[in-house]
Write a protein that binds this ligand. Structure first.
Ligand code: SF4
Ligand code: SF4
Length: 311
C-alpha cells in the first residue's frame, strides 16, 4: 500500500537536525500547540495559504485567478479572506512577488524517498542521513515508518524528532528502523506544561521512560523558553528526570548502553513573519530575550547532574 501524508517542507543539506548533512522532512500536524512554536505552519494538519501582506505589490493577478473571491484590494489594502478560500492554490503561481505561498502538500512515501536518495553520497561522506520532523512525524506513523524502512534498506542513518505526545505503539513500531530519537521535554509540572503547550505531560513522560528502556541513542532536549522553564529549579527538575532515565538504561544495558543525552536549546523568535502570514496569533512576540550568559548558567545547572550533556 502506498502511504501518503501532508508535508510542509523537505529541507536538503540540513545541519541542525541530527549528525552530518541531512535531509529533513517536515510533516504537517501536531498534537501540541506550544505558544513559542517556530514552525507554526506545521501545527495544522491540512494545507494552508500563507499571505505575506508586506510583499504584495497590488498587481491584482490573484483576484482574477480566484473563483471564490477570497482576495480583494481597495486603496492599496489587500484583504485575503480565509473563510472563502478553498486552498486550491490557483492564485499562488501567479503571484510574482512571493506574497502568496501554499504550505502543505500531500505526497507519497515513495516520492519523499526519491528526494532523499538525491543526497545519499553526502550522507555517507558526512555521517548524516534523514530526519523526520514536523509537526509530529509519529502522528503519521505508517507514512513515517515506510520512509524509515526504505532508508534503512539503503543504509541511510535515520532520526526522528518527536514531541512524544503520541501512542507508544506509534513510536514502538518505528524503533527497528530508527537510529536516533530527538525528543523535547518542556516541563515536569503537568499543569504548567498544559498551560504552555495545550496538553498535560503524562503521556510524554511515560514515553520518555519507555524510550530509555530500549537501547537506541536518544537526545532529550529542553527548549528554554522565558517565563516557562528558564528558572534553575525547572531545568534542574528535568535534568534530574533525564539523569534517572540514563541510570536506568545503564543498569539495564551496562557498557553496551546507547547514549542518552540532554541538550538545552535557546528560544528564538524567527517565526514572526509566518505567524502573520498564517493569521495566527504570535503569543511569543512579547517574551523577553534569553541571553547567552543566562543560557550558560542554565547549561551549567543541567551539566551538574550525572548526565551525558550535549553542548
Ligand atoms: S487558494 Fe484558491 S480559493 Fe484560495 S485564494 Fe487562492 S485561488 Fe482563491
Ligand atoms: S498576485 Fe501577489 S502581489 Fe499581486 S495582488 Fe496578489 S498577493 Fe499581491
Amino acid at each position: 500500500m502506498t502511504e501518503s501524508a501532508v508535508i510542509f517542507n523537505i529541507q536538503r543539506f540540513s545541519i541542525h537536525d541530527g549528525p552530518g548533512i541531512r535531509t529533513t522532512v517536515f510533516l504537517k500536524g501536531c498534537s501540541l500547540n506550544c505558544f513559542w512554536c517556530h514552525n507554526p505552519e506545521g501545527i495544522h494538519t491540512k494545507p494552508e495559504v500563507l499571505f505575506y501582506s508586506d510583499r504584495c505589490i497590488y498587481c491584482g493577478e490573484c483576484l482574477s485567478k480566484c473563483e471564490h473571491s477570497a482576495h480583494t484590494i481597495n486603496n492599496n489594502t489587500h484583504e485575503y479572506n480565509r473563510d472563502l478560500c478553498v486552498v486550491c492554490g490557483d492564485c499562488i503561481q501567479f503571484c510574482y512577488s512571493d506574497a502568496l505561498e501554499l504550505t502543505g502538500k500531500t505526497i507519497t512515501a515513495e516520492d519523499v524517498f526519491e528526494e532523499i536518495l538525491k543526497d545519499k553520497d553526502y550522507y555517507a561522506s558526512s555521517g548524516g542521513g534523514v530526519t523526520l520532523s514536523g509537526g509530529e512525524p509519529m502522528l503519521h506513523s505508517a507514512f513515517s515508518i515506510s520512509i524509515l524502512k526504505k532508508c534503512k534498506a539503503e543504509n541511510i542513518h535515520t532520526a526522528i524528532e518527536t514531541s512524544g505526545n503520541c501512542r507508544w505503539s506509534q513510536i514502538e513500531e518505528a524503533l527497528p528502523y530508527t537510529d536516533l530519537i530527538m525528543m523535547d521535554i518542556k516541563h515536569l509540572d503537568t499543569d504548567k506544561h498544559k498551560s504552555a503547550t495545550g496538553v498535560h505531560n503524562g503521556l510524554i513522560l511515560e514515553n520518555a521512560e519507555r524510550i530509555s528502556e530500549v537501547n537506541i541513542p536518544v537526545i532529550f532536549r529542553i527548549p528554554v523558553i522565558p517565563t516557562v522553564n528558564d528558572a534553575e529549579e525547572e531545568i534542574a527538575a528535568i535534568s534530574g528526570f533525564v539523569s534517572g532515565l540514563q541510570q536506568k538504561r545503564k543498569n539495564k544495558f551496562g557498557k553496551d548502553s546507547a547514549f542518552l543525552r540532554l541538550q538545552l536549546l535557546k528560544f528564538h523568535r524567527l517565526a514572526g513573519d509566518k505567524y502573520r502570514a498564517a493569521d495566527m496569533q504570535n503569543r511569543a512576540a512579547e517574551l523577553p530575550d534569553i541571553t547567552k550568559e543566562r543560557m550558560s548558567e542554565l547549561k551549567k545547572c543541567a551539566a551538574s547532574f550525572d548526565i551525558d550533556f550535549k553542548e
